[in-house]
Design a protein around this ligand. Structure first.
Ligand code: ADP
Ligand code: ADP
Length: 223
């Protein structure tokens, strides 16, 4: 079935000189691995933010699991329960350790500290970070920081993982490790992945590549 549907969405930022999106329709199937490519400024981040309910379209509608997101209240609950985000920069909290950073999304759940800590430890183990649980971000390599951010994005077991150039700051070896993790999430846990990238290596791993240009879908390649 369709997990996320964008139906003829446009986006005009209040202070933008040109529309960021000019009528985009896109269906993301449950369990699909979709990559979004396109030149800088073409509207990729805007589209991803709409698909992940971080922002709302100017016109058109986004449906999550068949429900128009404009009818979902409160919207932050959809984001926190169903969607995980990873970005090019990691937005880790510098004063918290790796295992504490991963627990941030769990605080709203009312889980016990020991449950949170053990789940966060498991998540860090799953991304190969069991040896860095109590390190602060500053003491971690760039690739390690991205793995902590990924573990945090998975903290609430989201159905969909959305990434805005998640390997953009990583060297190719580290980037490939993160891509291997994405493959595992996709193949073993049936996660839906929507990833913005400039990298052909990332695109190669996806089920479908959506090419955006000037706020429109230019073409789609199924793989
Ligand atoms: P991409 O991710 O492909 O680089 P974006 O979605 O970030 O593209 O941007 C698309 C267009 O919208 C660009 O012209 C950009 O300058 C503009 N834009 C993005 N975010 C904002 C914003 N918050 N306010 C105004 N304009 C924005
Ligand atoms: P990244 O490369 O990490 O995606 P960007 O440079 O695309 O970073 O955008 C970083 C932030 O700045 C985003 O939140 C985006 O919405 C905002 N932004 C991008 N373009 C503009 C713009 N022209 N005016 C205002 N905000 C913008």
């Amino acid at each position: 079935g369709i997990l996320i549907r964008a139906e003829d969405v446009t986006k005009n930022y209040p202070d933008g000189d040109v529309p960021a999106l000019r009528g985009v329709s896109l269906d993301i199937r449950r369990g699909e691995y979709v990559v979004i490519m396109g030149p800088s400024g073409s509207g990729k981040s805007t589209l991803l933010n709409l698909l992940g309910a971080l922002d709302t379209p100017t016109t058109g509608e986004i449906y999550f699991d068949g429900q128009p997101i404009t009818s979902i209240h409160p919207l932050h609950k959809l984001r926190s329960d169903k969607i995980g985000f990873v970005f090019q920069s990691f937005h880790l909290i510098p004063t918290l350790t790796a295992v504490e950073n991963v627990q941030i999304p769990m605080f709203v759940k009312g889980w016990s500290p020991s449950h949170r800590a053990s789940l966060a430890t498991e998540l860090l183990e799953s991304v190969g970070m069991s040896h860095r649980l109590n390190h602060f971000p500053q003491k971690l390599s760039v690739g390690e920081r991205q793995r902590v951010a990924l573990a945090r994005a998975l903290a609430n077991d989201p159905v969909a993982l959305l990434g805005d150039e998640p390997t953009g700051n990583l060297d190719s070896k580290t980037g490939n490790d993160v891509l291997d993790l994405f493959d595992r999430l996709h193949q073993q846990q049936n996660k839906t992945l929507v990833i913005i990238t400039h990298s052909p290596e990332v695109a190669e791993r996806a089920d479908r590549v959506v090419h955006i240009r000037d706020g429109l879908i230019e073409r789609e390649d199924a793989r």
